[in-house]
Design a binder for this molecule. Sequence first.
Ligand code: FPP
Length: 291
Amino acid sequence: MIKVGRTRTSARHGTERDAIVTTHSQTITPCSANRFAELAEHDLAAQLDPDALPRHVAVIMDGNGRWASQRHLPRMAGHKEGLTALREILHTCYHLEIPLVTIYAFSQENWSRPQAEIDLLMSLLEEFLHRERRTFHERRMRFLPIGRVDTLPLSVRDLVRAIARDTAHFTDRTVTVALSYGGRADILDAVNRLIKDVQDGAVSGPVSEARFESYLATAALPDPDLLIRTSGEVRVSNFLLWQIAYTELYFTETLWPDFRQRELLLALLDYQKRERRFGRLSHAVSLHSRL
Ligand code: FPP
């Protein structure tokens, strides 16, 4: 068992954070080659400031195929291991009390993959949803699908909608899953809905950022504080384009199936080293609350 953080704000926090389990050690990537790189997992967790954790973590899970080909396995094996990594990361975020996690599970562009791979990804999604459905209820987590859900195969679509409906009343924690998602399409859909509301007389201009955001698929969520992308690719690939305007970006060489608890802790420690200025001057941030 490992403990997270230098302080404890309540006995409840302590109990939950102590529940994080130690997993096997991972290869240290160039991105995490810093003063934390040599630390054991429980020591990494102890370095975290529990009061400065990101509230919303978004993840681009990339590198399943390369993980498989490095092992001379079919791509499918990489996706299956990727699902295991996903479950571990969601588990860790829960115990760290990170309330909002958004994952890029299937992009609009992924439809151009071979049909056999699409079918496997859909069946893994179905497996994930069947397995996690109970967990969502036990942990009082909302499951929020974003993207063109109506383009998913019928059985997956029905399951996605049923779980979203059954968990919609949970407000403290949300797992958002981007499915058949594209950031540009999200913005365009918002624009078109807004135009319709203007034409119907329900909305009049000028339109503020806050008003516009209420038309996005993520309307209920604050913007991500941290976006993680695995596998060494340094781009955002049409994910949450509007929402990541001030998000801290973290790129690691680690392939998604290897991105486990230790890698997440390194990403969180890296995040905690950063100063978020939101376009202001450094000293203005500290003065902000007094002005
Ligand atoms: C990218 O790997 C990953 C995806 C296309 C989808 C992510 C899927 C999972 C993590 C497993 C299934 C989970 C759900 C919820 C469906 P890639 O195939 O692009 O890897 P590569 O760039 O190395 O080829």
